[in-house]
Design a protein around this ligand. Structure first.
Ligand SMILES: Cc1cc2nc3c(=O)[nH]c(=O)nc-3n(C[C@H](O)[C@H](O)[C@H](O)COP(=O)(O)OP(=O)(O)OC[C@H]3O[C@@H](n4cnc5c(N)ncnc54)[C@H](O)[C@@H]3O)c2cc1C
Length: 543
């Protein structure tokens, strides 16, 4: 069958849309096939009740590459961003708090009351996170080298990376090698004495991953989170007006404007191949669509294990792909509230609630929460990152009764496999289907500790468990990043050694989602890098 498409992009997550937009701009006839009725994957907005919209899964979009925004002219396609001055507010049940602002000096000034040592160390820590983050950003923009047959392009890329490594200076280059494998708990303890501050900074080293702050390599996760954005020690906090779904709509508009076609309700059940080359896809219902290349925005394990013919993949790669680590530990709770909740630690200052509200009481509390997840249950303290996006973007509640707000809560550690959770002693071990609302109650109890009375304000509640993330959003193992962001799945090892250059298993089969380098989060990074590789290979070739 003659191919009417140059490229079929499987999945309509934000990375797939980024790739599709670049491919279409580059002159390739591009078709996107998304399994759900809506595009965006984890970057979506949900209607929680009449006139009430909330970020479905992800809530902040500040890691999106500036070059993606510019190249695809996302402003013209409707994207509008809001960045509050406050980045993080970390309340404690005893009424104390830590606040991280976009202004480093303001953060340090606020810390003085509780610890002059920590206040004076903050600016240097922020500068270090930024400088190492810049290097990791360079790494993230480059295609990992070809380890089997390095060519001229690899040599040039290595030279560029070598130059930016040298640019770190002698101290910086030693620091990056020392710091990346460290536990984030050790990294923050080198600079700070307050457990509350250590906890809130270390949170970004464990967020979305099945690790605790004492796990090796978590310092690298923290530094990667600051790569290519204005995060610094505080991390970014940027909202898309209309929720993350508005970002996906802007990407889709950019892709369509460049000539791409996007179909929803189109689940790809098989990627076809002939003589070791991808030739198209089969969609649920049986339709076969041919293409010169297939690009998967779906996670690499699902791509290789579920969508390809095992004979074409071969036993060795099939086994390795089956072992890509995806231990989901994140759940999502979305709330509509009749009015703004009261956080005594905020002392009535509403502006403190406009960023991320992090409930991570300290290093040991986080590690204990992770311990419980290791054994297939959740612990007495949950670690939460909440936002109230309706403060920065009232359009989310414009059709709701006056005073309504929405709260988006990322709840960790909720293990995908509930191997040890019994609703009450003596009960059999529960499944997520049984435990869903029980977990939602646990999240509400954790919120009540810092915002007493919040439970009474709830008018709508949605609890999405790690199994829902898999079944409804296609996140295998419930993993938000498509694959754990450990050092064993980093750079040339993401997703697998020998397959980190956006090509896998077959000729003309590419990866463009979060499971590819440089990894997950709303960055558009894997999508942009993959498009560069695909265009380099396909443009100018007829067949
Ligand atoms: C609860 C939660 C909160 C998060 N919070 C944040 C945050 O605040 N900020 C941030 O930067 N990141 C956050 N993340 C991470 C971030 O959202 C993801 O890493 C990122 O959105 C993944 O984008 P993607 O395009 O790579 O893949 P996805 O968004 O996973 O898209 C993959 C798409 O493929 C589709 N698909 C799957 N199988 C098929 C098939 N067979 N055929 C066709 N289509 C298929 C899926 O339906 C989906 O639309 C969060 C993630 C979760 C789960």
């Amino acid at each position: 069958m003659a191919a009417s498409w140059d490229a079929i992009v499987v999945g309509g997550g934000h990375n797939a849309l980024v790739t599709a937009a670049y491919l279409a701009k580059g002159g390739l006839r591009t078709l996107v096939l998304e399994r759900r009725e809506r595009i965006g994957g984890a970057a979506a907005t949900t209607e929680l009740g009449p006139g009430i919209r909330v970020p479905t899964l992800a809530h902040t979009v500040g890691r999106l590459r500036a070059s993606v925004q510019k190249d695809l002219d996302l402003g013209r396609h409707g994207l509008s961003l809001v960045a509050p001055d406050v980045r993080v507010f970390a309340p404690s049940p005893d009424g104390t708090q830590v606040t991280l602002w976009s202004d480093v000096a303001r953060t340090a000034a606020g810390l003085t009351e509780r610890s002059t040592k920590d206040a004076s160390a903050y600016a240097a820590f922020d500068a270090r996170v930024r400088s190492l983050g810049r290097f990791l950003d360079e790494l993230g923009r480059s295609t990992p080298p070809d380890i089997k047959a390095p060519g001229l392009g690899d040599a040039i890329a290595a030279l560029k990376l070598g130059r930016s490594f040298k640019g770190l200076g002698r101290d910086g280059s030693r620091t990056v090698l020392r710091v990346l494998p460290m536990a984030v708990a050790d990294l923050v303890a080198e600079s700070f004495e307050m457990d509350a501050l250590r906890g809130v900074l270390a949170w970004r080293g464990v967020r979305f991953n099945s690790v605790g702050p004492w796990s090796a390599g978590t310092a690298a996760i923290l530094l990667s989170d600051g790569a290519g954005n204005d995060g610094g020690a505080a991390g970014e906090t940027v909202f898309a007006k209309g929720g993350p779904g508005a970002l996906s709509e802007a990407l889709a508009a950019a892709a369509r404007a460049a000539g791409a076609e996007i179909r929803t309700g189109a689940e790809v059940v098989h990627i076809s191949s002939k003589d070791g080359r991808a030739t198209g896809v089969v969609v649920a219902g049986g339709e076969e669509i041919a293409a010169r290349a297939v690009v998967s925005g779906v996670d690499p394990k699902r791509t290789v294990v579920d969508l390809l013919d095992p004979v074409a993949v071969g036993p060795s790669l099939g086994w390795r792909a089956g072992n890509i680590r995806q231990p989901g530990v994140v759940a999502k709770v979305n709330l509509a509230l009749a009015s703004l909740p009261v956080f005594p630690s905020a002392g009535g200052d509403e502006s403190l609630l406009r960023g991320r509200i992090v409930v991570a009481p300290g290093i040991d509390a986080m590690e204990r929460a992770f311990d419980a997840a290791k054994y297939g249950r959740w612990g007495t303290s949950l670690i939460l990152e909440a936002t109230i996006p309706s403060l920065a973007d009232p359009s989310l509640v414009e059709g709701a009764p006056a005073g309504t707000h929405v709260m988006s809560v990322i709840a960790q550690y909720a293990p995908y496999e509930l191997r040890g959770h019994r609703p009450t002693e003596g009960d059999p071990i529960a499944t997520w289907e049984v435990a869903r609302e029980n977990f939602g109650d646990g999240v509400m109890r954790a919120l009540e500790e810092v915002a007493p009375g919040i439970g009474k304000l709830v008018t709508h509640r949605q609890v999405l468990t790690p199994v829902d993330l898999e079944q409804q959003f296609g996140l295998t193992g419930g993993h938000p990043l498509h694959a754990e962001q450990g050092l064993d799945q980093f750079f040339v090892w993401r997703p697998l050694l020998g397959h980190a250059r956006y090509r896998i298993a077959l000729e003309r089969l590419y990866l463009c989602g979060s499971g590819a380098h440089p990894g997950g989060g709303i960055t558009g990074g894997p999508g942009q890098n993959a498009a560069r590789e695909i265009l380099g290979e396909l443009r100018g070739r007829r067949a």
